[in-house]
Design a protein around this ligand. Structure first.
Ligand SMILES: [Cu+2]
Length: 318
């Protein structure tokens, strides 16, 4: 009875943990075009029964300004070649760089796991979609090649030894993909704007979805560097559009998504003690009457931007 139970449990554990470490993969499988990327390559095992002594990466053209991290017990070698197109890296034109990384003379036993690291960036002119980094492990009597690339329309999961992949996304897409959850509440793409020095307030914008069966209310929260946070609406008072505080909070009805945006409902960060800086996310928190409080990160758009990732020149007083 006991044996049977542990055997069943062992089978469940094996099933649950096997797929994640079956292949060579990157710890971070998504990267933003034109931004820094740290590649942590996870090597799940040697070659069948033999230890791996060499790990080689061939970098696709989208990965540029790459610097590999030396690894204790391994020799590090790189091959430099021209880029598909030159690009501007902080004012410096770059035409060539590392195209291949080889860690050798190491020892990764078949029943061990190891990680191989490099820092780099995604070329600014790269296209959204998946890229593949072919990897070869060499062992005493052979090799394990992670070099298969799916054909168009083919699922990578069907491949026997797929090359590790990285999904490239545009910054705006990455921002709109980011969401936070607490209870039945989901927050998507929170953003604010850069503020001029000594501006006393800033506006906060986001989408909030209630997946529950009852209403909940956004009542406020906190924002790094602000004295307090208020929930505001726009209303016509004496024929003039003005904003005013929603004392009882903003109701989010079950199944509804409410967008806080310039010209509509919004958060007000009051008594700002420091300006918000474009591109530098700011930590904040939102409080819901039922769901409670959750921490989120606001992306910071340029001064006066009408939308995140948009550098429109109008200065809205929101
Ligand atoms: Cu306001």
């Amino acid at each position: 009875m006991f044996t049977l139970k542990s055997a069943a449990l062992a089978a469940v554990i094996a099933l649950a943990s096997a797929p994640a470490f079956a292949h060579a993969t990157f710890e971070t499988s998504e990267a933003i075009i034109g931004k820094a990327y740290k590649g942590v390559l996870r090597i799940p095992h040697g070659c069948g029964t033999q230890a791996t002594h060499t790990v080689q990466l061939n970098l696709p053209t989208e990965l540029v300004a790459v610097k590999p991290m030396p690894k204790a017990g391994w020799m590090l070698e790189t091959k430099v070649g021209p880029y598909a197109s030159a690009f501007n890296n902080h004012g410096k034109e770059m035409r060539e760089g590392v195209r291949q990384i080889i860690w050798s003379q190491g020892n990764l036993a078949d029943d061990h796991y190891d990680e191989f690291v490099f820092a780099g960036m995604i070329a600014p002119d790269a296209k959204a979609g998946s890229i593949y980094v072919p990897v070869t492990q060499r062992c005493a009597n052979g090799e394990q090649a992670w070099t298969e690339i799916p054909a168009i329309g083919q699922n990578a999961h069907e491949l026997k030894s797929p090359a590790p992949s990285i999904k490239l996304v545009q910054l705006a897409q990455a921002q709109s993909d980011t969401s936070w959850k607490i209870g039945d509440i989901t927050i998507t793409a929170p953003w604010t704007r850069a503020t001029p020095k000594s501006a006393p307030v800033a506006g906060g914008f986001l989408k909030v979805t209630n997946n529950g069966k009852e209403s909940d209310w956004l009542t406020g929260g906190s924002f790094t560097g602000a004295g307090r946070v208020e929930v505001h609406e726009m209303a016509t008072i004496d024929g003039v559009m003005r904003m005013r505080q929603l004392g009882h909070g903003l109701e989010i009805k079950p199944g509804e998504t409410v967008e806080l945006k310039p010209g509509g409902f919004h958060l007000m960060f009051m008594e700002l003690k420091q300006p918000t800086v474009e591109g530098k996310p700011v930590r904040g928190a939102l409080t819901f009457r039922k769901a409670g409080t959750l921490e989120i990160d606001y992306t910071v758009a340029p001064i006066g931007a009408p939308a995140p990732g948009n550098s429109g020149g109008h200065h809205h007083r929101h």
